[in-house]
Each structure stands twice: as C-alpha cells, then as structure tokens.
Design a binder for this molecule. Structure first.
Ligand code: NCD
Length: 356
C-alpha cells in the first residue's frame, strides 16, 4: 500500500481516482475506507465471508460476548454533519457488536466549528480521543482530505467515509454487494447478472459507488434508468467503458423489469436542487415499482433500495419475496462490523472462533 504520509496534499488531491484509491488500501486490507474504487473482488468476497461469520457467531450469548471482547479497547467517533438514520444506527450497532465505545457529533453547531474552528482542526481533535473516525458530510471529497490529514498527523487513525456529497458512499455499496451475494447465492452469484438502477442516478451516491463495485464481477450488465437530466455521471460511464462493461441508458423502468436480475431503486435527491440551481420535474410513474410492476419481474429477481424511500416502491411490494430492502438494511450492520474488524486486524481471531 502506498503511504499517504509520503505525498503532499496538492499532489494527492490532483491524482486520478484509481490512483488515490491505492493509498487507502490494498488486496488484503484497508487503511481508510474512502472510495469504492479501492475494493477488488477478493476483498468483496473476504468481507462478505467475514460478515456472515460475525452474523452466525452473534446468534448466541457466548458468541456475542466473544465478539464484544475483540475491540473493547477501541473507541469510534461518529461525525455526521448530514441527516442519517440507517447508516448512523448500523455503524453504532456494528461498533456495539465488536465492543467499541462511541462518541458522536451530529450537528457541527454544537461543536467548536460554531466558534470558527476549521474542519481540519475539528477532526484532529476527534483523533486525539478516538481510534476510528466514521464520517458523513455534504462536502464531496472531505473524507479523503481527512484521511490524508490524519495520516500526516501524530494520530494516524483510520477514517471511514459514511457518505460524501453527491459522489461516494462506499460502505453502502459494500452492503449492497453483500445483499446481492446473498440473494444470488444459489443461482451462480453476481457474475453474469443484469442489474437495473432507477431514479436519481446523477446525485445518488449509492448508485455511483455500487456501479463501480459491480465492475469487479464477470459479465455483469448495468442498465441505468433515469430522466436525461438525472442520468448517471459521465465519469462512471467512462470507467465502465474502460473496464469493458456492457451498459445501457434508458428513461422508462417498465420495459426493463422482465430481464432484470436485480432492480436498485432510489429516491429523488432534491435536497441538492437549491445548490444545483435547478428543479427536476419528471414523470415519477416511469421510475416506480408497484404491485403491477412487480408481476413483470422474474420470480427470483431482487428489489433493492438504499432507503429512505418516498413513493418509488409501493408498500404493497414489501411482502413480495423479491423485496430484499429490509434485509439489505440489516446486512449493513454485518458488513460494517466486518469492515471495522478488518480495519483493526481482528478478522483471523473472529474467523477462528470455535465456540459454535
Ligand atoms: C442514502 C444516502 O445517504 O446517500 N441513504 C443511506 O445511506 N441509506 C440514500 C438516500 O439518502 O437517498
């Protein structure tokens, strides 16, 4: 792994994304978790296997006691300056599973940032008291700045990006991959599947990160269904072309449903409208799954959603066997526990647990 302490910020900041990724981790482990581009297939398989192991061990009281002992000497700081329910709570639950103690700042107006302290100084302060920083920010690229900053400080603690701007949400993509691994366990895995994304793909960071991770699988076809002005970014399409991935761009979900192995739904990210200086009016009926649409899908297809949803998936779909979004949410807790365990190097201890 290249060392962030050996490169100055300007040089690092101007690197292409795949080169930046090589500073955050390698094929065995992560130093920081910042970009989807830093994960290769072998790591996705290993993290999925570790998550499943943790899930099984946690079924018993003795197993829980064992897991809680693995990182009871560590403390995590959750620094979330954007709204969050699932990501925040699943990280809390993941920390609790492994015994980490937690601190949190969810509203920078309650911290010294309100007194004019810079974000750089704030996170250096957090790193004085904690061993891991988990952060969500509306500022794209802030997590990589913090990772670089801390790697160049006297307390180089790991940073996990829990969502940055409109750009990246790597741990959501990991839980989405874990959900797809489990959904396709008995039908050949993720390789060769057709994955359809629908909704606001321009500003939906979960889709952007998942599209990157899916390039690690053989023969996966990606189909992006969105109105023209909310279509997936050219930077992602360029990456798909470079990696020889088959993809298509569409503006109506219905015709894509019959051939989809998984459909990944998203909500309109209209909190960005003001900053973007534009509102996006479109025909929502073209990007929606209701009781009628689900009937068009294959019997073993999977419907995913990072949540929160608005009305792009009708609650009438919730009890269909294809709806996996509630399981997907719980998978987030297991994969985040696996990621944290691996960041602190206790995965062998967990994999070797013989109490069950
Ligand atoms: C997503 C996010 O924050 O990007 N939520 C999440 O983490 N599960 C998706 C969204 O807000 O629409």
């Amino acid at each position: 792994m290249r060392k962030l302490a050996e490169i100055d910020w300007e040089t690092f900041h101007s690197l292409p994304v795949h080169e930046k990724a090589s500073y955050f981790g390698n094929d065995q482990r992560e130093q920081h978790v910042i970009l989807a581009q830093q994960f290769r297939r072998a790591r996705l398989d290993a993290l999925g296997a570790l998550a499943t192991r943790i899930r099984r061990i946690a079924k018993t009281h003795a197993g829980n006691d064992f897991l809680q002992g693995t990182l009871s000497h560590k403390r995590a700081m959750l620094f979330f300056s954007q709204p969050s329910t699932r990501t925040f709570l699943s990280f809390c639950a993941a920390c609790e599973i492994l015994g980490l103690k937690m601190g949190e700042v969810r509203n920078p107006s309650t911290s010294s940032e309100f007194k004019g302290e810079s974000r750089d100084d704030s996170v250096r302060t957090f790193s004085s008291y904690f061993d891991l920083i988990i952060m969500r920010s509306e500022i794209g690229g802030l997590a990589e700045r913090v990772a670089w900053l801390l790697s160049n400080s006297e307390r180089p603690v790991p940073v996990i990006n829990a969502g940055s701007g409109k750009d990246q949400h790597p741990t959501q993509a990991l839980l989405d991959i874990y959900t797809l691994q489990r959904s396709f366990e008995s039908c050949g895995g993720i390789d060769g599947k057709r994955i359809v994304f629908a909704g606001d793909l321009k500003r939906g960071r979960t889709v952007r990160s998942l599209a990157v991770l899916l390039t690690q699988y053989e023969g996966v076809e990606q189909c992006f269904v969105a109105p023209d002005d909310l279509q997936i970014g050219e930077d992602i399409l360029k990456l798909l072309r470079e990696r020889g991935i088959t993809y298509s761009l569409r503006d109506d979900l219905r015709p894509e449903l019959a051939s989809a192995d998984a459909v990944y739904m998203t909500r309109v990210q209209d909190e960005w409208d003001v900053a973007d200086g534009a509102t996006h009016a479109f025909d929502a009926a073209r990007y929606r799954i209701g009781a009628d649409e689900v009937l068009l899908m294959k019997p073993d297809a999977a419907i995913l959603h990072p949540l929160p949803r608005r009305d792009e998936i009708s609650p009438a779909v919730d009890h269909d066997t294809r709806a996996v979004y509630w399981r997907q949410m719980r998978n987030g807790m297991w994969i985040r526990a696996a990621l944290i365990a691996s960041l602190f190097g206790v995965e062998d201890e967990i994999l070797g647990y013989a109490g069950d």
